[in-house]
Design a protein around this ligand. Structure first.
Ligand code: NAP
Length: 241
């Protein structure tokens, strides 16, 4: 089997579906991670109709059993994983400024956006290490840039979603630490900021298309061996922490 195997979490819609599409277009065997298997299969079918090798796997990223079952299935089917894109995330209901955000929204943000990312990485790690030169991409955001959010002149300082912003800062930390942990394995680990894209999360009037947002994640998922690791990149290059 010569095709690289790529798993994208939350690939049923939005930026995740476009990442799956673009990885498929660049020759990957795509595994569409979907918490609803039926919708995952519908997405895979749509991609297959475009000439892409795509299959779906049930993957609810907050469910340890689902994660384990997905890892076992990928292991049986392909024996390795060349690319893991941790795309699934939420802006929790009620997310707001630090002084007023419901504690439940903070918990939900961290459960889906941080704990689940680490859990998926842990389960997939043996498969990633079985690949010759795996890549891990974690979807982050400019809203996780302390430099930008801390600058009163930046529009990022006006977006009051404390749970989301703080959880994506934590994603950045997982990215940096994991990059160091896996450097001896030749695995590059980076975070991607897609920019504000028109999706359910980004708002349908956002300036960028999901395909434009997907491109940076795809670039980081297909880096050469001497590419960066432990960094946060947007379309125009590296973002400040
Ligand atoms: N859109 C933007 O402007 C923007 C900007 C910066 C960063 N990002 C980041 O880019 C990524 C994709 O965002 P998006 O705008 O495409 O979001 P979206 O349209 O809301 O799609 C989110 C995807 O994640 C899945 N998901 C959510 N919770 C899940 C769970 N517990 N288990 C499995 N899958 C789950 C959803 O599945 P269902 O279909 O089953 O709900 C959906 O496929 C996210 O990490 C986001 O933080 C987005």
């Amino acid at each position: 089997m010569t095709k690289k195997i790529a798993l994208v979490t939350g690939a049923t819609r939005g930026i995740g579906r476009e990442i799956a599409r673009q990885l498929g277009q660049s020759g990957h065997q795509v595994v569409v991670g979907a918490r609803d298997l039926g919708r995952g299969q519908a997405t895979a079918k749509e991609l297959v109709a475009e000439g892409i090798d795509a299959v779906a796997v049930q993957l609810e990223v907050t469910d340890q059993e689902s994660i384990q079952a997905a890892a076992e299935w990928i292991g049986q089917e392909f024996g390795r994983l060349d690319v893991l894109v941790n795309n699934a995330a939420v802006i929790a209901d009620g997310d707001a400024a630090v002084g007023v955000v419901p504690v439940e929204a903070l918990r939900r943000s961290f459960e889906v956006n941080v704990v689940a990312v680490a859990a998926v990485i842990q389960a997939m790690l043996p498969l990633l290490k079985a690949a010759p030169a795996a890549r891990i991409v974690n979807l982050s955001s400019e809203l996780a840039s302390l430099t930008r959010v801390g600058d009163p002149a930046s529009p990022m300082s006006t977006i009051l979603t404390a749970g989301y912003n703080a959880s994506k800062v934590a994603v950045n930390m997982l990215t940096v630490m994991l990059a160091t942990e896996l450097s001896a394995d030749g695995i590059l680990v980076n975070a991607a900021d897609p920019g504000n894209c028109a999706t359910e999360m980004g708002g349908w009037d956002a300036p960028r298309t999901p395909a434009q947002g997907a491109a940076v994640a795809v670039r980081l998922a297909t880096l050469p061996a001497d590419g960066p690791t432990g960094e946060l990149h947007a379309e125009d290059g590296r973002l400040p922490w």
